[in-house]
Design a binder for this molecule. Structure first.
Ligand code: UN1
Length: 476
């Protein structure tokens, strides 16, 4: 059994999680410790005890450790990518790309550890100076989802450590292997005991224990809207700082003047790659009437040609859905879309050479924005195609959602591109690019029901992972 890492020790657990590949249920990736609330207690005590020394380390020491983690991820990207593809189901190319992204994130934050800065001002009072500096928030609990099993743990852990916090990471139950490798790499890189703790297990046990723990100061969570909402309430009870990244129903607008091939490829990749299992996925394709039919013909043809199969086969473009319950939920939404009057192309469950959870990507044609299938996040390879009359209607439909993570527009007209950037109620806007697939060195996050609290990634990560102190000094 792969163990939890608590206070520098690899701790066994009474119970184990079976990690099986969604591409082939006979492929047992491994048995992973299923932690308890006592494990969280121990991890929290260790993280609290380790905090003063870690916060006081020189930035060079933190940078060196993070840099070593980045180098190890880079050196082992093939092997880790393969493990990730087995446990999550995304294609080998995507899994390796994700591992490289995790490596780059660690290297970026190695640099950021050296660039923690503040402000020095003159006070409004004579002979007094004011100094604003950043300090760690404290012990942080990180709760991560299954769809990016190494990149999301990396983009929460790296800034947390860079800014001097100590960490308890709880990865998703479906994908503990990638986070476990990350923990091994951190331990090998010389992270002091108690500074980084890994507690794998169930959300209802380990996640709940982290959120309610009195010695955890801040929680960063990526996952579903219902869990995020409950977590925010619970965290508020304990007055914890909280950062939530949740769902999306991201619009991609295609205008009449768009380059058809750019638009189709952006929509195809945004909607269906990573099996549509991204909070940034394009799930509403909002298409102007003049290009609508040509767009539908071409995207249907391209979707049909996608190679769906075992992620370990290098020709596979789209892997399986992550689990049986997720596939069942996707299939229910396909029925909902049909019942609501959309014309469904694809979407059926597929058999394969191995027993897994395969689904053909689905387009819901002639959809309306008020349909359930256009409003609720499906988190699978399903996209609604909504026809609109002009740019203004496209913007209104794009913004008519309770979410606001990412949005996109395909157009060759600079005026429309600029107007869309300004009026889109999303945290991230893409022009002639897919809504999914973001850079690692700039802020990530959304508005409305998609996100809560400060942005992740880039220099903005400091807003969540540090607390500012204002110090006044009288020269005397
Ligand atoms: C991306 O689109 O590159 O859970 C990343 C998610 C997001 C990450 C998306 N937090 O899907």
């Amino acid at each position: 059994m792969k163990r939890n890492l608590v206070d520098g020790e690899w701790l066994p657990a009474a119970d184990a999680l079976e990690n099986r590949s969604p591409a082939d249920v006979s492929d047992l990736v491994g048995l992973y410790a299923r932690g308890s609330s006592e494990d969280v207690d121990r991890a929290a005590a260790a993280a609290r005890a380790a905090l003063p020394d870690w916060a006081a380390t020189s930035p060079q020491q933190r940078a060196d450790i993070l840099d070593r983690v980045g180098a190890a991820l880079l050196a082992r990207a093939d092997e880790i990518g393969r493990l990730l593809a087995r446990e999550e189901g995304k294609s080998l190319a995507e899994a390796k790309g994700e591992t490289l992204r995790a490596a780059q994130i660690f290297r970026f934050f190695a640099g950021e550890a050296l660039r923690v800065s503040g402000d020095a001002l003159a006070s409004v009072r004579p002979d007094v100076s004011v100094d604003v500096s950043r300090e760690p928030v404290g012990v942080v609990g990180l709760i991560t989802p299954w769809n990016f099993p190494i990149a999301i743990p990396a983009w929460k852990t790296a800034p947390a450590l860079a800014y001097g916090n100590t960490v308890i990471l709880k990865p998703a139950e479906q994908t503990p292997a990638s986070a476990h490798v990350l923990a091994e790499i951190l331990a090998d890189a010389g992270i002091p005991k108690g500074v980084f703790n890994l507690v794998m297990g169930q959300g209802s046990v380990v996640g709940e224990a982290i959120v309610g723990h009195p010695s955890i100061d801040a929680i960063s969570f990526t996952g579903s809207v219902p869990v995020g909402r409950r977590l925010a309430v619970e965290a508020a009870r304990g007055l914890k700082k909280v950062q939530l990244e949740m769902g999306g129903k991201n619009p991609m607008v295609v205008l009449n003047d768009a380059d058809l091939e750019i638009a189709v490829q952006a929509c195809l990749s945004g909607a269906f790659f990573s099996t549509g299992q991204r909070c940034t996925a394009s799930s509403r394709l909002i298409v102007e009437a003049g290009i609508h039919d040509a767009f539908v013909d071409r995207i249907s043809e391209c979707a049909d040609a996608l190679c769906i199969g075992n992620p370990l086969d290098p020709t596979t473009q789209i892997g399986p859905v992550v689990s049986r319950p997720q596939l069942d939920s996707n299939l229910r939404y396909v029925d909902v879309a049909r019942d609501e009057g959309a014309e469904v192309v694809g979407g059926e469950e597929l058999g394969g050479a191995t027993e897994g959870f395969y689904q053909r990507p689905a387009l819901f044609l002639n959809a309306r924005n008020d349909m359930r299938s256009s409003r609720e996040e499906i988190f699978g390879p399903c996209a609604s195609v909504i026809k609109v009359g002009d740019f203004d209607e496209a913007v209104a439909v794009a913004n008519d959602t309770e979410f606001g993570l990412s949005s996109g527009i395909c157009t060759s007209n600079l005026k429309f591109a600029r107007a869309f950037r300004q009026s889109s109620e999303a945290g991230m806007v893409m022009v002639n690019l897919p809504t999914a697939g973001v850079d690692y060195h700039v802020p990530f996050g959304g508005r409305k029901g998609s996100s809560y609290g400060q942005r992740e990634q880039g220099r903005y990560a400091a807003e969540f992972y540090t607390s500012v102190k204002t110090a006044y000094e009288f020269a005397g």
